[in-house]
Design a protein around this ligand. Structure first.
Ligand SMILES: Cc1cc2nc3c(=O)[nH]c(=O)nc-3n(C[C@H](O)[C@H](O)[C@H](O)COP(=O)(O)OP(=O)(O)OC[C@H]3O[C@@H](n4cnc5c(N)ncnc54)[C@H](O)[C@@H]3O)c2cc1C
Ligand SMILES: NC(=O)c1ccc[n+]([C@@H]2O[C@H](COP(=O)([O-])OP(=O)(O)OC[C@H]3O[C@@H](n4cnc5c(N)ncnc54)[C@H](O)[C@@H]3O)[C@@H](O)[C@H]2O)c1
Length: 497
């Protein structure tokens, strides 16, 4: 069997794999991407792009059907098939852009390297050989370096069979034939809360959300969780706090869901569709990792070091990026790692990988964004901090938009330096706002460094400016006058003694 040889083989065409592959052509390398399923991975299909397309469409529908904005649209209906068609168009458009780039670089030239895409299941034969299995046969290719960017898939709940028709996970959303009349979402993390927002925005579905911990998005601070819970409930979502799923019984005309609550009582509800969203697990099965002696961590992720290598950088040729790496499962983290590996291999990588400024955007109603440390993280690390919260109700642009639900919450160190440690923002444009503070975190800036920044008026970003001014007692509106809308507090670890 002849084996074509590449400088770099990338397994998986999601954000991690594709970004690594495209960065490698900048270094004139020959790259082969192997993809088992959808081009673009969960970054495009059944994931980030499709869910965001659906969120945007549902938001438009929600606004169009609202009655508080000086107009009233009549006869407005949403058709699931049409919504799906638009989402598929969005995904296809991105895939065609990816393919166009791959085709453009199919031949190497003097100025750049080459890209080749092979469909099939990749498996290690040895540390330089990959077997690609397809329905029509098997091929082997060789690579000097190999990046594992195989992503993740939905975690299952024991004894609950996902049929992708009535009991689905995020991969089954596109299989639905119509808006279900009743739906339960199991798991109140980001995916659960995003789909609860989307389906409640369309107002065609009675949405139940199972929250086993009394806290949606449980890794965030209590005030953020409570804000999201309240927003979901205001949008019509029925949240079952402290409920555990006992079983789902399939009846001919419905699903019977049995919920056990922490206080000992149980409830049975009827729904048409159940969506399981209880986290994601890495895609590492049947990849021949045993043939290259690669270890996984206790949680099942690849054991990589601070340059994403599976062993000592000098002697290692196998790297990992994206959801398989055990870091935050975010599009931008995959891209950061994929590009970093390639720059470390072929360029002059002179800065370490830094995850501290990675923002998470949560597509709820309103949107929520997070970057850096929150109060919980500061407390667990024993970092003294001050935290200021400033409500969007006081921001003219939000008032003008008639969209005052939301806030800016900033954390700075309480060590005399006032270093910017993190921000949480909720409200319109929160996803755009967050990058300004992410930048301050990257620069390790303090309140003093950013005091001179002036934010334009009228902008939602004035909330950031005012929130920062609260720390120094300089905000235009004062906490004394608006104690519910402007807050400042501090925390220090207790001194043991
Ligand atoms: C519903 C949903 C919404 C999301 N929304 C957001 C969001 O708004 N923002 C955000 O930052 N993140 C979001 N994410 C997370 C984001 O999609 C992932 O973090 C990101 O896609 C991970 O990229 P990756 O390249 O590591 O893996 P993936 O995107 O999962 O791609 C991995 C690819 O590898 C392929 N593969 C697996 N095994 C093999 C093999 N053996 N051989 C060949 N190919 C293989 C897979 O088919 C897949 O195409 C969302 C995820 C989901 C599920
Ligand atoms: N906008 C975004 O950035 C975005 C959007 C979607 C997904 N993602 C990524 O995808 C990943 C996966 O999302 P996710 O929401 O599936 O996971 P998650 O880890 O965010 O949330 C999982 C939730 O399920 C709950 N849970 C776990 N087991 C359960 C059980 N047996 N019964 C009931 N509840 C249970 C957990 O308590 C948690 O609340 C996230 O980590 C996130 O990084 C990001």
């Amino acid at each position: 069997m002849t084996q074509k040889k590449y400088d770099l083989i990338v397994i998986g065409s999601g954000p991690a794999g594709f970004s690594a592959a495209t960065r490698a052509i900048d270094f004139k390398k020959s790259v082969c991407i192997v993809e088992a399923n959808h081009l673009g991975g969960a970054g495009i299909m059944n994931g980030a792009l499709t869910s965001k397309a659906m969120w945007e469409l549902s938001k438009d529908f929600d606004i169009a059907s609202s009655v508080s904005r000086g107009y009233r649209a009549s006869g407005i209906i949403a058709n699931y098939k049409q919504v799906q068609k638009t989402i598929v168009q969005a995904a296809k458009q991105k895939q065609l852009q990816m393919l166009s780039q791959i085709e453009t670089f199919s031949e190497a030239t003097d100025t750049h390297g080459s890209l080749c895409l092979k469909y099939g299941w990749a498996r290690f034969i040895d540390s330089h050989t990959i077997e690609i299995k397809r329905k029509d046969g098997i091929e082997q290719i060789k690579g000097d370096n190999i990046i594992i960017a195989t992503g993740s898939r939905p975690r299952e709940i024991p004894d609950i069979e996902i049929d992708q028709e009535r009991i689905i996970d995020s991969e089954g959303i596109m299989n639905l034939k119509e808006f279900p009349e009743r739906m339960i979402i199991i798991g109140s993390g980001i995916i659960g809360c995003e789909y609860a927002t989307i389906f409640s925005n369309y107002k065609q579905t009675e949405v139940h959300l199972l929250d086993r911990q009394h806290k949606v998005i449980p890794y965030e601070d209590d005030d953020v969780s409570e804000f999201v819970s309240k927003s979901l409930e205001n949008n019509g979502v029925i949240i079952h706090h402290t409920a555990n799923l006992r079983t789902i019984r399939k009846r001919s005309d419905c699903l019977e869901v049995v919920l056990d609550y922490q206080d000992g009582h149980s409830t049975v509800i009827e729904v048409d569709v159940a969506v399981v969203a209880v986290g994601r697990i890495p895609n590492l099965d049947n990849m021949g990792l045993e043939n290259v002696n690669i270890q996984t961590t206790e949680r099942g992720y690849l054991d990589i070091n601070d340059v994403c290598a599976t062993d000592n950088f000098q002697s290692c040729n196998i790297f990992a990026a994206g959801d398989v790496s055990g870091h935050a499962q975010l599009y931008s983290v995959g891209e950061l790692q994929g590009r970093f590996i390639v720059e470390a291999l072929y360029g002059n990588q002179d800065y370490p990988l830094d995850y501290s400024n990675m923002s998470t955007l949560m597509f709820f109603k309103p949107e929520v964004a997070a970057v850096g440390l929150n109060e919980k993280a500061c407390k667990s690390k024993g970092i003294p901090y001050k935290v200021a919260t400033y409500s969007n109700s006081l921001i003219n642009r939000a008032v003008a938009m008639r969209a005052m639900d939301g806030f800016v919450k900033i954390i700075v160190s309480d060590d005399g330096e006032n270093r910017i440690l993190g921000m949480r923002a909720a409200g319109p444009q929160a996803s755009t706002l967050i990058t300004s503070i992410a930048y301050q975190i990257t620069q390790k800036n303090t309140l003093k460094d950013i005091r001179k920044n002036v934010h334009p008026h009228p902008s939602i970003s004035e909330g950031v400016q005012e929130c920062l001014r609260v720390f120094e007692g300089k905000s235009i509106y004062k906490p004394q006058a608006f104690p519910d809308l402007i807050k400042l507090k501090s925390w220090k670890p207790e001194i043991q003694g």
